[in-house]
Design a protein around this ligand. Sequence first.
Ligand code: SAM
Length: 282
Amino acid sequence: MKPKNHRHEGEFHHKHSLGQNFIEDEALLERLAELSMVSGEDCVLEIGPGLGALTRPLAQRCRRIASLEIDKTLLPFLRVALEPYKNAEVIFGDVMKMDLAALIQETFGDCSLRVAANLPYYITTDVLHKLYFELPQAKSIAVMVQKEVGDKLLSGPGEEGYGPLPIMCQYRYEVTRALDVPAACFTPPPKVDSSFMLLIRRSEPLYAVKEERFFLRLVRSAFLMRRKTLLNNLMSSYSLDRQTASSCLESAGICMQARAESLSIEQFCLLSDILFEQVCNH
Ligand code: SAM
């Protein structure tokens, strides 16, 4: 592949193993940058700049941008593509191995932070977890995901895909599907269609809980044994006797036969607070 519109040395060969499905359509790239909500006051963390196609329209809109890329063979192309953008910096390394909190503090200091990425699909869930815990200050996360992952992020109780990831994301962010992007828009085209998802941080989480980590752990353990009733689940996960576990459920207004997939986020929050008192204050 010859990178479009730019001076470059030689050709670039896509690495399937790194999820290198690039976007070349300038109009689409402009649209994605626009949907990312980036403005002149923002510093942007981009994950996976590839040949810098999305980096350029983002750099035009933001104060500064740091793009994390794992593939060093992209360096000469990125150097040329981003030459005119003095506010753009490329950092080589594996996003999964980086301490993002430290990196952002070092690179931008305290700033209005937004995240944008045409993510490699093999790390979507892990990256969202990492961003949630390491960059809680990010005002928004605009991210390209497989269309089914987009459905999952939007799912509610009883729907396919409902589980820890959508609950965690919806708890802190307002999640919307900004744009569906057909497979044909990528080079090479992946096997599945994609959705560009926008996660906008809420001014306050959906419901106040006493301990956010305790709540997220409860959600994870509830779905880990999703075939079990919540009652059995609580008994084994928190070493509670039947009587105590039932009274926790009763206080949260949850029926004894309920399973994780039927609980709303509000019910999980309520249960988390009741359980927290039971487990941590006894
Ligand atoms: N942003 C470009 C675009 O829209 O055309 C490229 C997107 S491509 C789907 C994903 C990019 O993420 C590739 O450049 C790939 O090398 C990079 N990547 C894959 N795994 C990564 C990781 N663990 N850390 C950082 N970058 C990674």
